[in-house]
Structure formats: C-alpha cells, structure tokens
Design a protein around this ligand. Structure first.
Ligand SMILES: C[S@@+](CC[C@H](N)C(=O)[O-])C[C@H]1O[C@@H](n2cnc3c(N)ncnc32)[C@H](O)[C@@H]1O
Length: 238
C-alpha cells in the first residue's frame, strides 16, 4: 500500500471520528441485548469502526480492480482517467464489487471506492449507521469524490436481502463483525461462495474469524476465505 493511499484512508476515518463515537454508544447495549435474546435476528454485532490500517491491509491483500488511484498516479489527469476507466469497464466485466456486511458509518466502502474505483455495497441493520454512511458520502461527493456506493438498510440474515442484485453482484466481502453475528453468517457466506447465482470470490474477516471454514491466507488481523475453504473444512489456522 502506497503511503499516500494510507493517508487518504486515515483522512476519511479521521473525519468520521466524532460521529462514530456516538454510534458506538448507541449500539453496544442494544447489540448485547439482541444477541442474548432467543431467536434474535436484528442487531447482532455492536458498532465499532475499522482502523485505517486494517482497511489499508485489506486493500493490499485483496487488490480491487480497476484502480482509479493507480491511473491517477500514472497519468496525473482526472479527465483522462475517467475516460480510461469507462473504457476498461466496457471491455472487462470482471470489475470488483465490494460488499461490506455491517457497514457501520460506511468508512470501509467509502475508502475502498475512492481509493480504487471499485463498486461498493454496504448493508447495515441500523438506521443510524446507514444515515451516517449517506452523510459521510455526501460530504465526500461535495469535496469532489466520484461515484456512489449502494447503501442497504437491512438485516443480512434475512433471506430476502440475499435476493437483491446488488448483493448477488458482489465479488469481495469485508466482514468486521462480532462473533455473535459471524457465527450466524456461516451458512449465508457458504452459499454466496459456492452458489453460482452469486459472484462472490473472496471473503475477508477482520479480528473475528469463522470457526468452521479453512482460510486460504492470514495477514495480521485479517483472514481470507475462498470457495475451496468454505465447504465445511475445519479452520486450519484457527
Ligand atoms: C463492528 S461494526 C463494523 C462497522 C464497519 N464495517 C467498519 O468496519 O467500520 C458491526 C456492524 O454490524 C452491524 N450489524 C449488526 N447486526 C447486523 C445484522 N443482522 N445485519 C446487518 N448489519 C448488522 C452493526 O449495526 C454495526 O454497524
């Protein structure tokens, strides 16, 4: 990761610091309560923001195609970069779409989108979080950022949400959620990795990891999972 990319991510995270402290307070008790309730399917992980370094490491181990960032650096001309990006998109249907499950205030999606130009989908069950993400995005757009993320207010455990085209088109998934939600997500993620209806190829967990999947790579606090390890093998690096 180039140091300017890390600085860029740190700027986005820094700007969100005050509002995210309020989100943390509002979510923690509600999440604990929901997790202990029988058959609870709502707020199953408290809100805590990812650190800038985790987002930078994520971008290093899962390079998202196509990169606005690299094109900008190489050509130094925004208009040409947009043109190149449009052409590249036209000829290559393999552009990555990042899905951030439990997106919180949207910092991961926003940082990845502005750093690489990838498509981004953020889903969160908390209206406060989605409102914060929309607001953060508006501020970035005012400052000249390009492209919009898709924000979905919904429970990721609700099968109706999995039928959305935006979710089906995701190729890479970022998962920083507590074990209370992660354990219930195993079946959902397994299906997304192996069912041809979904385009998902890689899932990255941060700090908390799947108990029943073998990961294909481990870097710092991050683990990468692919279809090969999602078929029920016990996590070899757990
Ligand atoms: C640890 S925070 C991660 C926030 C963000 N991804 C980041 O890395 O900065 C976990 C998020 O999961 C969300 N969440 C909890 N239960 C959920 C559910 N059932 N469906 C969707 N999101 C959920 C919470 O509202 C919270 O924002």
């Amino acid at each position: 990761m180039e140091s300017s990319a890390l600085q860029h991510i740190e700027q986005i995270c820094g700007r969100l610091q005050d509002s995210s402290a309020a989100l943390e307070d509002a979510h923690f008790d509600a999440a604990l309560e929901a997790a202990s309730a029988e058959r609870a399917t709502a707020l199953l992980s408290p809100y805590l923001p990812s650190r800038a370094r985790s987002i930078a490491e994520f971008l290093q181990i899962v390079p998202l195609r196509w990169s606005f960032f690299i094109l900008r650096g190489a050509h130094g001309c925004k208009v040409n970069c947009r043109l190149i990006h449009t052409l590249v998109r036209t000829f290559d249907s393999e552009e990555d779409v990042l899905l951030d499950i439990g997106c919180g205030d949207g910092r991961v999606a926003l940082a990845c989108r502005t750093a690489t130009g990838c498509g981004t989908v953020g889903v969160d069950v908390s209206p406060l979080c989605i409102a914060a993400a929309v607001q953060a995005e508006e501020q970035l757009l005012e400052k000249g950022a390009e492209g919009k993320c898709v924000w979905i207010l919904g429970d990721v455990l609700d099968p109706k949400e999995h039928e959305r085209e935006e979710i089906k088109s995701a190729t890479v998934c970022y998962l920083y959620v507590y074990p209370t939600l992660l354990a219930r997500l195993e079946d959902v993620i397994r299906r997304m990795l192996v069912d041809e209806e979904f385009k998902l190829k890689k899932v990255v967990t941060v700090e908390y990891h799947f108990e029943n999947f073998a990961c294909t790579e481990e870097v710092g606090f991050l683990r990468v999972y692919e279809a090969s390890g999602a078929l029920g093998a016990t996590a070899s690096l757990a």
